[in-house]
Design a binder for this molecule. Structure first.
Ligand SMILES: C[S@@+](CC[C@H](N)C(=O)[O-])C[C@H]1O[C@@H](n2cnc3c(N)ncnc32)[C@H](O)[C@@H]1O
Length: 290
């Protein structure tokens, strides 16, 4: 089945192209710093704004549309994946379910971690079936949303409390498949995915570089970073709140990857896709120099 990418009005995740009405709405929003994601992020409002129907939101459409073109560059089987700064979302684990053997997910905000746990335990209030149908269409898969989610749930190993501005990045395990004594969280993962997180976790270039360093520190040598985000945005808003973020340029992405021994050329397995200021990339961690 073919899927056409329909670009409508840009979601206000891209703070640079808002309409007058959106600007008026933003003026009335409570303005929050990036650090306030911890206590002010409302998972239900976020999911309703951006994930209710994939076709409603341009950024989401672009990410889901291009994700398969990025994921097919991974090995057929991936031992371990960490979704870093997943928020309350599970579309990455779902999209990775046929390759990944063990999936870890994580976020900085307690409310988001609770949303992730509730999905794993099959008591989520949000209906992921629309997003699953969208993913299935792009994959040309006949699987239903409930089947896709069930297959993914079986691969979920732990939910982690993370902060890309702290060391260690993984602060604690808040849910795990096994009891505490048997829970072993890898120090490094074969794949780290992080979408709409690193530039949203901060407001300065230095802090963005720190966030990328943290993400890359969690990847094994020869492993992969899948990164997505927005270029040139200064804020994003939902649920009556506007969060400030770092205004990301493509040059920041390349510089930060190089600084962390990540590939930035096609010969080394780097691929960067961008559309309407939304980007997705895959980069490989090069073996450390001895
Ligand atoms: C825009 S949401 C993106 C959520 C999800 N990845 C997606 O694709 O929709 C930004 C996420 O970054 C997380 N975040 C903010 N600061 C962070 C930090 N210091 N460390 C890790 N994650 C952080 C927030 O809690 C939030 O869930």
């Amino acid at each position: 089945m073919s899927v056409t990418l329909r670009i409508g009005a840009k979601r206000t995740m891209t703070g640079t192209t808002t309409t007058d009405a959106e600007e008026e709405k933003q003026r009335k929003d409570e303005e929050c710093g990036a650090i306030e994601h911890k206590d002010k992020f409302n998972p239900a409002a976020y999911l309703d704004s951006f994930y209710k129907t994939a076709s409603e939101d341009t950024a989401m459409q672009i990410v889901l549309f291009f994700l398969p073109g990025i994921l097919y560059r991974l090995p057929q089987k991936v031992r371990s994946v960490l979704d870093l700064g997943a928020g309350p979302t599970v579309y990455l684990p779902i999209a990775l379910r046929d390759r990944a053997e063990n999936i870890y997910t994580s976020d900085y905000a307690p409310a988001n971690r609770e949303a992730l746990i509730s999905w794993i335990e099959n008591r989520s209030e949000f209906d992921w079936n629309n997003v699953c149908s969208w993913i299935a269409n792009i994959e040309a898969s006949m699987k239903t949303g409930p089947q896709m989610q069930e297959d993914t749930r079986k691969l979920m190993r732990a939910v982690l409390d993370v902060n890309v501005h702290e060391t260690p990045v993984v602060q604690k395990v808040v849910w795990s498949e096994k009891d505490e004594t048997q829970t072993q969280i890898p120090e490094k993962f074969q794949v780290v995915s992080t979408v709409f997180c690193l530039e949203y976790s901060c407001e300065t270039l230095d802090a963005y570089f720190r966030a990328v360093r943290s993400a890359c520190s969690l990847i094994e040598d020869g492993g992969f970073l899948i990164q997505g985000g927005v270029l040139d945005a200064t804020t994003y808003n939902f649920g009556g709140k506007t969060f400030r973020c770092h205004r990301l340029k493509q040059a920041h992405i390349v510089e930060s990857l190089k600084a962390n021994n990540m590939s930035t050329t096609a010969e080394q397995g780097y691929k960067f896709i961008t559309h309407d200021d939304i980007f997705l990339l895959i980069s490989k961690k090069l073996a450390s120099a001895t």
